[in-house]
Design a protein around this ligand. Structure first.
Ligand SMILES: [Zn+2]
Length: 61
């Protein structure tokens, strides 16, 4: 009875678009392509140093 397990593809896509600022830890939802081009900045500290949420999940296991 896990609602989380219902749509793994949707969840994966959601995480694919979510990034975390390495500086202040803020979550930023943006296009991965834009982040790679350096067009996305952290709203709080204006840092371009972002990482994907995905890596955090694999580290936790
Ligand atoms: Zn930040």
């Amino acid at each position: 009875m896990g609602a989380k397990d219902l749509f793994p593809e949707v969840r994966a896509r959601k995480f694919d678009r979510t990034f975390i600022c390495r500086r202040c830890g803020a979550r930023i939802r943006a296009d991965p392509a834009k982040v790679r081009m350096g067009k996305v900045k952290c709203r709080k500290c204006k840092s371009k140093n972002l990482r994907q949420v995905k890596s955090e999940i694999s580290l936790g296991r």
